[in-house]
Design a protein around this ligand. Structure first.
Ligand code: ADP
Length: 161
């Protein structure tokens, strides 16, 4: 069985992430969405909240293959090995993502040559989209409905009450 890991902060999940999840899930037998605790980044949502939001979003999708959502901390490559993953999935939005992602992918491959990183180029309609932008807009009460799945819009606004 081929397992893929899609890691990230998902603070919060956006339509750009969901697009990668749907596309990547077709490539593997099981996709694990690895939600990085990442307290250093001072996330808006606790890791349990981020996992719950992703699960809520996935619950609304039809015909998705086997997808699991798991929180993790520490080195991604260790988490991937523990889950027996063959690939790590990452999304590339712009050239600015590339340099950073290339370095991480190469480092991870040095640490464990059995695991490869696979990049998905973002769908053009989401190439500008980031969790940070969503948070910025929501903090000023702006309209985020075209950026995140409808079922988590209120969860995001509730954080800024
Ligand atoms: P990070 O892992 O850097 O904390 P995120 O949780 O925001 O960042 O993103 C997780 C992964 O999803 C990364 O590979 C990132 O490039 C990708 N990603 C984020 N936003 C988009 C988008 N709009 N379209 C495609 N991929 C995206």
């Amino acid at each position: 069985m081929k397992v893929g890991i899609y890691p990230g902060s998902f603070d919060p999940i956006t339509l750009g992430h969901l697009d990668i999840i749907v596309r990547a899930s077709g490539l593997v037998d099981q996709l694990i969405i690895g939600v990085l605790k990442n307290n250093a980044k001072k996330p808006l949502f606790a890791v349990e909240e981020r996992v719950a939001m992703i699960e809520k979003v996935l619950g609304e999708q039809y015909n998705l293959p086997d997808i699991q959502v798991k929180a993790f901390d520490g080195l991604l490559i260790d988490f991937a090995a523990k889950e027996d993953a063959a690939i790590i999935v990452r999304g590339l939005r712009a050239i600015t993502d590339f340099e950073y992602e290339l370095q991480i992918a190469q480092t991870n491959h040095k640490l464990n040559h059995k695991i490869d990183t696979v990049f998905f180029t973002t769908s053009v309609e989401y190439s500008y989209l980031s969790s940070s932008a969503v948070k910025e807009i929501a903090s000023f009460g702006g309209d985020i409905t075209q950026f995140v799945p409808g079922c988590i819009v209120q969860d995001i606004f509730d954080k800024y009450k």
